[in-house]
Design a binder for this molecule. Structure first.
Ligand code: K1U
Ligand code: ZN
Length: 171
């Protein structure tokens, strides 16, 4: 396993649409393991492959955030939202590609997600709470969508400009 660098806004890769994975093989499992290591090290509760520069539809997450909880790593290949609840909920979101910025986002409170697991077997999960938020956030990443796109244009433009300025200063 290896920790990979995380791309930061305004990296253009973060705005691209990732391609479906053809087969869940050892290469895909190795990418997922690298993504889990990168996520735990960050630390974060989720990570999508485009955030490490890979335009493939792979997501990892672990929403066991309490110190006394056992880790619950999940690998989702080609995840898709099958249905969403009418009920919505506001959560404070952050993003490892937009460091040190959080904002409240309104999303469906519960989702059903279909995906391939690390053995290539088709699974469906009904998610609510933090897992529902995390899966929606990560699947957005696969479509080049960032959580700031769910905010007002004013807030989105303000944070985007700040990160463009920082990127120019760094290099
Ligand atoms: O995709 C990402 O950028 C990861 C992101 C996922 C996420 C956070 C909050 C709501 C929805 C999705 C993060 O993990 S940001 C870091 C974070 O939330 C966290 C870090 C340590 C402990 C608990 C949470
Ligand atoms: Zn993110």
């Amino acid at each position: 396993m290896a920790k990979r660098p995380i791309l930061i806004l305004p990296d253009p890769v973060l705005r691209m649409v990732a391609k479906p994975v053809g087969a869940v093989d050892d290469r895909v499992r190795a990418v997922a393991d690298d993504m889990l290591e990168t996520m735990y090290e960050a630390p974060g509760i989720g990570l999508a492959a485009p955030q490490i520069g890979l335009l493939e539809r792979i997501v990892v997450c672990d929403v066991a955030t309490e110190e006394d909880e056992e880790p619950r790593p999940m690998v989702l290949v080609n995840p898709e939202i099958l249905s969403v609840s009418e009920e919505t909920k506001v959560w404070e979101e952050g993003c490892l590609s937009i460091p040190d910025y959080t904002e409240e986002v309104l999303r469906p409170a519960a989702v059903r997600v279909g995906y391939l697991d690390r053995n290539g077997e088709r699974q469906e999960i009904d998610a609510e709470g933090l897992l529902a938020v995390c899966l929606q956030h990560e699947i957005d990443h696969l479509n080049g969508v960032l959580f700031i796109d769910h905010l007002s244009r004013l807030k989105r433009d303000r944070v985007t400009k700040k990160f463009i300025k920082q990127a120019k200063l760094v290099g």
